[in-house]
Design a protein around this ligand. Structure first.
Ligand code: UDP
Ligand code: MG
Length: 343
């Protein structure tokens, strides 16, 4: 997960944009079966962005929708050069959709927002103001989240507390999609599973400045949420992985090896002591619990050492396996161009 912390100097913001030069802002929208919302989303988003008066692009990523989402987006993109549509071959998940957006974003600042208008495009300006203040990541906080309590908000509260505690990066709402990043924070980052929500934590560990901003949140008007409680569980498992990879990921042998050496060493010492009292004093040792402990510790030591070794191999494989694509693109539409491509 490579994140660079170098800062680009701010470029002058241009107020009239022709769609040809690089935009200042890239808005990334993951879309999965959102046909009813798309016309509203497009109208609300473009109105707000035009209101901001900054050169922007919108990258909508159709995550394998089975409804008319792609057709609607494609038609909009044909008429609007600032809208670019990436269509996945199948459903790869929201995180993969964000990744595809990050891979294509040309703006200095990237904003992610959900397609269902639960996030309010009117908040984008406030996020950008924080970026202008000098923050590298601004994370939305749905202070008044409009989702069911028991199966959505409660598990989130618990997950957010746990993530805060485990990562040391104190945010109230990791799960909020409405976030703004300087491009270099997300460029080249490899995301999968539920990892997108950990970008602020990963970035902050790398020395990037992160802040939080309360944002509005609306109930879903059209369609259905794509998630249930199982996502919280997946988030928690991903948290363990992230924590491990970032802290010790590259050298498992250093933790397991150390534990193995300690356990094995202690076992050997006890064994030596027992051998000594047997040989020197002829003491009976076969009925002593200490013998059992010595044997256990030695076995444990060997186990830990082997685990460390396997861990090292797995980590290496993990890094090498990174060539595996996170998503596969079926086609892309942007302005006048159409591309069928594989990535
Ligand atoms: N989404 C996606 N791929 C998926 C699931 C969801 O691109 O596999 C998109 C979805 O279209 C929406 C956003 O991710 O724009 C958030 O999804 P949803 O509203 O279902 O989540 P919730 O707001 O209920 O947490
Ligand atoms: Mg939603």
């Amino acid at each position: 997960m490579g994140i660079t912390t170098t800062h680009k100097p701010h470029t002058e913001t241009v107020h009239q944009w022709d769609g040809a030069s690089a935009p200042y802002l890239s808005v990334v929208v993951p879309v999965y079966n959102e046909e009813e919302t798309i016309p509203h989303l497009y109208r609300r988003l473009t109105t707000e962005l035009e209101h901001l008066g900054l050169p922007y692009e919108i990258i909508a990523v159709d995550d394998g929708s089975s409804d008319r989402s792609f057709a609607l987006l494609r038609d909009l993109a044909r008429a609007d050069r600032r809208l670019r549509v990436v269509r996945f071959r199948r459903n790869f998940g929201q995180t993969a959709a964000f990744s595809a957006g990050f891979d294509r974003a040309q703006g200095e600042v990237v904003v992610t927002i959900d397609a269902d208008l639960q996030n309010d495009p009117a908040d984008i300006g406030a996020l950008l103001a924080k970026i202008e203040e000098g923050y590298d990541v601004v994370s939305g906080w749905r202070a008044h989240r409009q989702d069911p309590f028991l199966n959505r908000r409660l598990p989130s509260i618990i997950a957010n507390r746990l993530i805060s505690w485990a990562t040391g990066v104190r945010l109230h709402d990791y799960g909020c999609s409405l976030k703004a990043y300087r491009l270099e924070v997300v460029r080249g980052i490899r995301l999968y599973g539920e990892l997108h929500r950990f970008i602020p934590a990963i970035a902050s560990w790398q020395g990037v400045t992160v802040t939080e901003l309360p944002v509005r949140h609306a109930p879903r008007r059209f369609g259905r949420s794509k998630y249930g409680i199982s996502r919280t569980l997946r988030v928690l498992l991903d948290l363990v992985t992230v924590r491990f990879l970032l802290s010790y990921g590259t050298r498992p042998m250093h933790i397991f090896g150390l534990l193995g050496l300690l356990a094995g060493g202690l076992g050997m010492l006890i064994g030596a002591y027992l051998t000594w009292i047997k040989l020197a004093y002829g003491a009976a040792i076969s009925d002593r619990p200490l013998l059992l402990l010595a044997v256990l510790l030695i076995v444990l030591g060997v186990q830990f050492m082997s685990l460390g070794l396997i861990g090292e191999l797995v980590v290496r494989t993990y890094y090498e396996a990174q060539a595996k694509p996170i998503y596969v693109v079926r086609e892309e539409v942007d302005g006048e161009t159409w591309r069928g491509s594989q990535q």
